[in-house]
Design a protein around this ligand. Structure first.
Ligand SMILES: NC(=O)c1ccc[n+]([C@@H]2O[C@H](COP(=O)([O-])OP(=O)(O)OC[C@H]3O[C@@H](n4cnc5c(N)ncnc54)[C@H](OP(=O)(O)O)[C@@H]3O)[C@@H](O)[C@H]2O)c1
Length: 343
């Protein structure tokens, strides 16, 4: 079958982009083009050996994005707030600019998103009707009516996708689908001070505690990003454009998360709601603690998705007759190797 479509994938060496690449590679209609800053990295080389066209590009430089997107029928967009946040230079750059490192990373991610939108607008005519699929999150400042003004890794995405695109490029916006992503199931590896801490009970028995600022009974979305984001984005590409989605395989509270995790591992496990200062004290990097702490609080009210009841989920895609199998939380937990946590 002729490869009549070209999908350009940003972040192809990362969790989201690689998942998208693996799904589109299975469809012989697609030529897969992947953007990276480092085409010689082992991950880029492995993708190249799978048939991906690897293109050097930097999201900070729109002049590298315009030729990379040229002729694309589809673009998958993702930006990574944590890259500028954790970059060794960024604390100094933030101080020099008079910004917190959280705000500094926001400014970088915001500009990267605008660069992607500006470059995509150059090739809007070649894009399919639903050819611009963007990974984003809800707009915390707007959705909380100003209650959360510093949930930067949400707002940097939402300011552009959909905000800036709708405002500046109506034709591109007409070809866009916005995919919010649930809590990555793998994120327990990223916040060891808060997820799954081993403790001893009064009787000296081990128990595991997860402690966030989210209220115990609030359901939040959970996503097996590596296995499922590609499935979800591929399914979204078959839908009509202009819709908003939440990609997740399960929606449940942290109490239920810990109950299932304890059952899967046959150990005692529970969830405890803590305050933001307590969460920040438990996190080695207080700025990181503040950023994720706000996310966990925002997840209570108005909700991780900003309280948007119009978001489509995998079931809605299946109801439209499009395949969209997703991994449930328990299924993922049973596959995961927990030996490092259990000790
Ligand atoms: N963890 C969670 O629970 C969760 C939940 C929802 C949303 N998110 C969001 O997910 C995003 C991270 O996605 P991910 O996990 O897929 O990231 P990841 O695995 O860390 O990969 C980041 C990708 O971005 C690319 N990249 C970074 N800076 C770039 C630049 N300047 N130019 C070109 N490419 C660049 C990297 O490519 P090269 O290094 O090859 O250039 C890499 O492929 C974050 O913004 C986060 O807020 C996370």
């Amino acid at each position: 079958m002729a490869r009549t479509k070209i999908i350009c994938i940003i972040g192809i060496t990362g969790n989201q982009g690689n998942s998208v690449a693996q799904r589109f590679l299975q469809d012989p209609v697609y030529h897969v083009r992947g953007l990276t800053r480092n085409p010689s990295s082992p991950t880029a080389q492995r993708l190249s050996s799978q048939g991906v066209e690897i293109i050097p590009a930097d999201l900070n430089d729109i002049n590298t994005l315009i030729p990379a997107f040229h002729g694309a029928t589809h673009i998958f967009s993702v930006t990574n707030y944590w890259e500028p946040f954790f970059h060794p230079d960024s604390r100094q750059k933030a101080t020099d600019s008079g910004l917190s490192c959280r705000r500094y990373a926001y400014e970088v991610e915001l500009q990267q998103g605008k660069n992607i939108a500006d470059a995509a607008a150059h090739t809007v005519d070649s894009l399919d009707q639903n050819g611009f699929i963007v990974s984003t999150l809800s707009h915390a400042r707007h959705c909380s009516r100003g209650g959360f003004r510093e949930l930067y890794h949400f707002d940097a995405k939402a300011e552009v996708f959909p905000g800036y695109v709708e405002q500046k490029y109506p034709v591109l916006a007409g070809k866009m689908s916005c995919v919010q992503t649930g809590y990555f199931m793998l994120s327990y590896r990223l916040i060891p001070g808060a997820y799954l801490c081993k403790k001893l009970t009064g009787e000296g028995k081990p128990t595991f505690e997860t402690a966030f600022t989210t209220a115990p009974d609030i359901p939040v979305p959970h996503l097996d990003v590596n296995a499922d984001l590609g499935t979800f984005v591929y399914a979204v590409s078959k839908m009509k454009p202009g819709k908003r989605y939440m990609a997740c395989g399960s929606t449940c509270s942290w109490v239920d998360y810990m109950r299932v995790w304890g059952e899967v591992n046959s150990v005692s496990a529970h969830y405890r709601q803590i305050t933001l200062p307590e969460l920040m004290n438990r996190t080695p990097d207080r700025e990181f603690g503040r950023e994720v702490g706000d996310m966990f609080s925002y997840s209570t009210d108005p909700g991780y998705d900003g309280g948007d009841e119009g978001l489509l989920m995998a079931q809605d895609i299946r109801d439209a007759g499009i395949e969209c199998p997703m991994t449930g939380l328990e299924e993922w937990m049973r596959k995961e190797d927990w030996s490092g946590v259990l000790g």
